[in-house]
Write a protein that binds this ligand. Structure first.
Ligand SMILES: Nc1ncnc2c1ncn2[C@@H]1O[C@H](COP(=O)(O)OP(=O)(O)OP(=O)(O)O)[C@@H](O)[C@H]1O
Ligand SMILES: [Mg+2]
Length: 509
């Protein structure tokens, strides 16, 4: 075996936040020219550990060596001086500036924008990035913004790149593109650390894995010598069942009937065209589709958040009474028992208030139900406690401000809040974005519990394997049209994948 050279050595690194020990005597080597996947449950200390390399946090104890030289990293600038650049979970670009302006922002000395643009072009060419230096950030997709962040750290000469959950908000196609670029960088001798919760990405991309559990380093190995089951067991500390159960629906009855639904964006672009289907009580109806195929518009139309051009959305009560939802306001629809849980790309940006504690965030949800909750602080507290317990939210208490929780734990609060309050219909999109595997499975269990209570669940998901295992039926969207509805049991991944990209697959219903 060729000799491995450590680009980074972290020795006995400890970092605490008040009573929380985020990292406890962590010992980690990162080798030159490798892609290391850093794994661990939500709240296990991954982001904190990497933030000490990128100069955001300073360790309470321990030493850091870069190329065998002991260093002190007390600011992002120090990190850059040592060739370390980090792409964060939440981007830090300035919206009104162009790509090139953002990239040179904060650099010392006078920099010619033309010269900079030329250098940016060279970086893009050598690794295969696609960036228009003159494009404004507000005009960019999430994936384009991320590319700018990466080019920005390369522009500053980074040799060691840390990416914190870079794929959590990317489509599978964008992820493939990113991975191709990362492989090019690795082959050019850069050192890469990637944090991800998606096991197939770890297996696909990384050379080695290192695992944290509750702030401790628990092991590392070459990726090819391990598998998803073993890695998960190490993360959690005991054996985890990675199978998803799919109980048979009990007495399914039509609950939501969508007919000829057509939706246009404000710009006049057709987002949904003549969409028809029925969602049944006690059933999980999965929605599959390439991102941007109309999933968001569909759920929002049902929830009353999206203007509709034509069609109808009927809510059918237990006694068969039908009520048209279109034209009703979101509040009346949620009072009928229809809840929407949409996990946005920017988790802190929507739905939760970072400075408020857990139970106040729970109360935000209850507010919408009626005035009586304004004075009743007990139920949000109860709900907060229940979510913390069932989803194992890592927090010192329900009084802790949400912004101090790790990314995944924030999300558990968001999803837990919505799932727990779905009496009749649960509309859920990207529920497990950013969640570790174990928590993802807890979410699947919670959704199954709702289904067994008779709730009609409409589940929009990105992971086809999960859709195929969890859902009773799968509706496939292709460019805003229904390309088919297939039973979840027995459906083939390849067939569903084809229906996502091409209309007119078989409709086996
Ligand atoms: N600024 C902070 N103030 C207080 N506590 C913090 C702060 N940052 C992190 N923590 C705590 O430290 C622990 C580790 O958090 P960290 O963000 O490193 O986890 P993570 O492994 O990145 O999780 P995730 O997968 O959810 O992103 C968590 O318990 C978190 O609540
Ligand atoms: Mg994190």
């Amino acid at each position: 075996m060729e000799k491995r050279v450590a680009a980074v050595k972290m020795r006995n690194i400890t970092k605490t936040f008040g009573s929380v020990v985020a990292n406890d005597k962590v010992w980690l080597d990162i080798y030159k020219g490798e892609i290391l996947a850093l794994l661990g449950e939500n709240g296990s200390g991954k982001t904190t550990l990497m933030n000490m390399l990128s100069g955001i946090y300073f360790p309470d104890e321990g030493d850091i060596f870069i190329n065998d030289e002991k260093v002190v990293i007390s600011s992002p600038k120090d990190a850059f001086d040592h060739g370390i650049g980090m792409i964060h979970q939440h981007f830090k670009l300035v919206d009104v500036l162009t790509a090139a302006e953002n990239i040179i922002l904060g650099l010392e000395g006078k920099l010619d924008l033309k010269v900079a643009s030329e250098k940016i072009r060279q970086i893009c060419d050598s690794y295969g990035f696609d960036v228009d230096p003159n494009q404004k950030v507000y005009d960019m997709s999430v994936s384009q913004k991320q590319t700018v962040e990466i080019v920005k750290v390369l522009f500053r000469g980074a040799d060691i790149l840390i990416l914190d959950e870079p794929t959590a908000v990317l489509t599978p196609q964008e992820t493939d593109k990113l991975f191709a670029v990362l492989r090019n960088m690795r082959d050019a001798g850069k050192t890469i650390v990637i944090i991800t919760h998606k096991m197939h990405e770890v297996e696909d991309l990384s050379d080695r894995v290192a695992i944290l559990r509750h702030g401790h380093f628990v092991g590392d190995m070459p990726t090819k010598n391990t598998d998803a089951q073993e890695m998960t067991n190490m993360m959690v500390g005991h054996s985890v069942n990675l199978n998803i159960v799919r109980p048979d629906p009990v007495d399914p009855q039509p609950r939501i009937e969508v007919n000829g639904l057509t939706v246009r964006s404000i710009e006049g672009v057709l987002k949904l065209e003549d969409v028809s289907f029925t969602a049944m009580s006690g059933e999980i109806l999965g929605i599959a589709g390439i991102s941007g195929s109309g999933q968001k518009e569909l759920l929002e139309a049902i929830a009353g958040l999206q203007p509709v051009e034509s069609g109808s959305v009927c809510y059918i009560e237990d006694d068969g009474t039908r009520e048209e939802l279109l034209g009703k306001d979101p509040l009346s629809i949620s009072e009928m028992g229809v809840t929407l849980s949409f996990v946005p790309e920017d988790r802190l940006g929507m739905g939760l208030v970072g400075g408020m504690d857990l139970s106040d965030n729970m109360m935000l949800r209850s507010f919408r139900k009626g005035k009586s909750f304004f004075t009743d602080r007990k139920s949000p507290r109860r709900l907060a406690k229940q979510v913390v317990k069932e989803l194992d939210v890592k927090t010192p208490g329900i009084e802790t401000p949400v912004r101090k929780l790790s990314g995944g734990n924030v999300q558990k609060v968001l999803v837990g809040r919505e799932i727990a309050s779905a009496p009749k219909v649960l509309l859920t999109a990207y529920a497990v974005r950013g969640l570790d595997i174990n928590s993802s499975h807890t979410i699947y269990d919670l959704i199954n519990q709702q289904k067994q209570k008779g709730v009609a669940v409409i589940y929009v998901g990105e992971d086809l394997d999960v859709l195929l295992e969890l859902c009773d039926r799968i509706l496939v969207l292709c460019a805003g049209k229904v390309s088919g509805i297939v039973p979840g049991r027995g459906a083939k991944k390849r067939d569903v994948g084809m229906m996502m990209t091409r209309l007119g697959g078989n409709n086996n219903e």
